[in-house]
Structures are given as C-alpha cells and as structure tokens.
Design a protein around this ligand. Structure first.
Ligand code: HSE
Length: 447
C-alpha cells in the first residue's frame, strides 16, 4: 500500500525531530502502522533552511495553505504554535478533510471546543498527544488505558522550565530571580519566559487533562493560575524542614459540587515519588477508583521526546483513518453527546491545606493571636515551626517607634475551603505585629 502522506507546518525543533525519527525508524513504524508514513511536504518561512533539513526529496514551500490544498496530503502536522494563524490553518485543514496532529496546547485549551466540533462534523481526527507533557503518553493513558476508571484527581509537574528553576532554588538555596537568569543563560528558559513562570503553559496542559479525565469541555478561562515568581529560598528551606518539597503543580479534581482546575506552587510530602522529580523532567499522577494511583514520568519537551508523541498520533491516524468515525476514540475520551456539565469551581470554593509564613514581631502573645484567628475561622492547625532564637537575634524591625526582634512563624493547616482561608489571612495581616505580607502556599498530600 502506498505510504500515508504527511504535510508539516513549521519545521523547528519538534518538526525536525519528527522528520528524523520517522526516517530513522521507518521500517519499525511501518510494521506497527500497517503502511509507511512519509513527510512529503513542508511549509516553513525559512525555505532554504527547511530544505536543507529534509533533503531534496521533500517539497518545501513558504505557504502553509499550499500544503493544506494538496490533495495528496492525508495528515497535516501543525507545529506553528499559538492561538493566531495556527487556529486558522488547523480549521482550514479540517475543512479540507485532512486529519490534524498538533502539539499546540494553547490552541486546544482555549479553542478546543470549536476545533473538535469542526473535526467531528467533517469526520476527521485531531490528535494531540504532544500537547501535554511532551514524550509522556499521558493523553493515551487517560483516554484509553484508564477508560474503566472514574478518575478522581490528577496532579502533574507539567512544565519543565519551572521544575528546573525550583530544583535549582532548592539545591543552591537561591531565590527565583537569580535562578531564572541562570536558566536563561543555559537555554532552559525562553528569553520571554512568561508562559512558563506564570503557570500559563501548565494551565493549558491541565485544562486539556481535566477535560479528558472528567468529560467536560476545555475551559482554560476558568483555570486558577499562579506561577512561581514570588517563591523565595526561605520557603523552600522551611518546607524541607517540615518534610515537604515545593513544586509547581497542575491539579484537577472531581468534587461533588464541581471540578477543581488549578495551577500553583504546592507543598507535597518529600516521600512521594513525584516530589523527587527534578530538573526539566515532567511527571503526572492520576488517581482512578479502580486502578488506584498511577505515575507517568519522562521528558516533557525537546526535539525527539516530543516527536515520539507526534509520531504516535500519526500511527494512530494511519491505523484508524479508514474506520467509521463513530468507532474512533472520541477527542476528549467521552462521546460528544455524553459530556458532563459539572462546573469548574471558582478558587474560593476549592478545598486544600496550607503553608503560611508570617514575619512577626517576636513578642509575647503574637502566636496566640494568630492561632486564635485560625481557630475562630474553624481552621485546624497541623504543625507550627518557629525559628530558633539564636537565628533571629540580629534581626529587628521598626514597630511604631520601637525596634523589636522579629521572627518567622510557619503554620501548616489541615484542609479548609479557600474563601475561609482568605478571610483568616486578611485578619492576620491586619495585626500590627505581622510585619510583612503573609506568604501562603497550598499543600497537597497526594495520598
Ligand atoms: N515550555 C514547556 C516546558 C515545554 O518548559 O515544559 C513545552 O510545553
């Protein structure tokens, strides 16, 4: 049978990895797919560079629409990224009857509903394994491997840049700003790292996993997002003393009233496997009612790891494209007419536990006032840590006219609803003996 023909839009790091792995492993891939898979056409603005990468046997153009319009192309791979032209081209490829493979998490998290509806109406597949956690086959696991389960929650380290920064902060005892500069110098972080460090990239990925896990539409606009820019070395050290590590987690949970969907720094027990995922690696924990806890670990970015996911999608489409569309795996795991309308909960309704750090005047009764506010709010304390006196002797702060000794009080709480914690933090912050903005980091036991 003639090989399936693939058109590639954008040949950067992932595109060239895809081209190379397809070529290198072509015999093995053909034995799996049942027919050959060949990239026969590439669109890239830098035609000369692209031609050099793929050699003379592949047609290279600078117009993506020429690829979409080519009747010989069966599958279009979109590796342009972003919500702009990429969205237009994906919708045009679908309208032209092409199957689409994309690594574009931003596009799917924001416009997935429109794109999947268009694909279903046209009877084509949109595959996106590479959009979440790079080379880790987490979409396949959630959508197919765990299909027997009622999934309860997912928690993932799904941004390698921020995990690298947090690992360095912990190893070297440095604050965020210094490590970011180092990460940029080493090429781990982009020149504009906003999407990574502000948690937006992780929220795109968490949004997609949430939709597949619970059968809800993609709802990026409802995700709570907090990045790592305000984290300090002190909090990482205190967390360590209490038996925890701080990671940027993407979390989605089923509750009786709705779905939690959030990205924020999080204390997790140091003994959990995921707490020990270091550097730029990714990992996702999925809790299902039948299977229990499962963990998926690997490279979340990079040329060939991401190509591995792109090619897995090409093989899936090659195997399934002649099947009746109704027999294919639904885009979001659940049949489109069986989606749930469970709402994504506002952050104020999320239930979790907390790490609080208060810089306070080291005076009699300060701790009692703070714990009194928590008790009044019905928030139960799990642990309290106060720095040793000899560490604080030299530190003083102006309170009114007087210079007073100051210290850090660290409190771990049990679970409570976020709105109640917000109110308690506001009350504690108003105490004259609380000298700086209170640091609040959420905590998950992942038990
Ligand atoms: N910028 C992402 C990361 C990789 O740092 O994990 C692509 O999603």
């Amino acid at each position: 049978m003639k090989p399936i023909q693939v058109g590639l839009l954008g040949i950067g790091v992932v595109g060239s990895g895809t081209f190379n792995v397809l070529l290198r492993n072509q015999e093995e891939i053909k034995r799996r797919a049942g027919r050959g898979i060949q990239i026969t056409m590439v669109a890239d603005l830098n035609v000369a560079r692209a031609q050099e990468l793929v050699g003379p046997g592949v047609t290279v153009v600078n117009d993506a629409r020429a690829v979409i319009a080519n009747p010989d192309i069966d599958i279009v791979i979109e590796l342009i990224g972003g919500y702009g032209i990429a969205k237009t081209l994906v919708l045009e490829a679908i309208a032209a009857g092409k199957h689409v493979v994309t690594a574009n998490k931003a596009l799917l998290a924001v416009h997935g509903t429109e794109i999947f509806a268009a694909a279903s109406a046209r009877g084509v597949m949109v595959a996106f394994e590479a959009a979440v956690a790079g080379g880790i086959p987490i979409i396949k696991a959630l959508r197919e491997g765990l299909t027997a389960n009622r999934i309860q929650w997912i928690a993932g380290i799904i941004n390698g840049t921020t995990n690298f920064i947090l690992s360095e902060m912990r190893d070297k005892g440095l604050d965020f700003g210094m490590v970011l500069k180092e990460a940029q110098a080493l090429g781990y972080a982009e020149a504009d790292p906003t999407f990574d460090i502000e948690g937006i990239d992780a929220a795109h990925k968490a949004t997609i996993m949430s939709a597949i896990a619970f059968g809800i539409p993609v709802q990026f606009d409802k995700a709570y997002i907090e990045g790592i820019t305000k984290l300090g070395a002190a909090d990482i050290k205190y967390a360590e003393q209490l038996g925890y590590r701080i990671k940027l987690l993407g979390i989605t949970k089923r509750t009786p009233t709705g779905i939690e969907l959030r990205v924020h720094p999080c204390l997790i027990p140091a003994k959990r496997l995921i707490a020990n995922v270091e550097g730029a690696m990714n990992a996702v924990v999925v809790q299902g009612d039948a299977v229990g806890t499962t963990l998926y670990y690997g490279k979340g970015a990079g040329s060939e790891p991401t190509a591995s996911a792109v090619i897995a999608d090409l093989v899936d489409i090659t195997r399934l494209h002649t099947a009746d569309a109704a027999q294919r795996v639904p885009h979001l795991a659940f049949q489109p007419n069986a989606m749930s309308d469970l709402p994504v909960l506002p952050m104020g309704e999320v239930v979790t536990s907390y790490y609080l750090r208060l810089r306070v005047a080291d005076e009699t009764g300060v701790l009692a006032k703070v714990t009194g506010i928590l008790a009044e709010a019905g928030i139960s304390i799990d642990a309290v840590l106060q720095r040793e006196a000899d560490e604080i002797k030299s530190e003083t702060a102006a309170v009114g006219q007087a210079q007073v000794a100051q210290t850090d009080v660290i409190i771990l709480t049990h679970d409570c609803v976020e709105a109640r914690m917000n109110a308690a933090i506001a009350q504690m912050q108003a105490l004259p003996t609380v000298l700086e903005p209170i640091t609040r980091i959420r905590k998950e036991e992942l038990a």
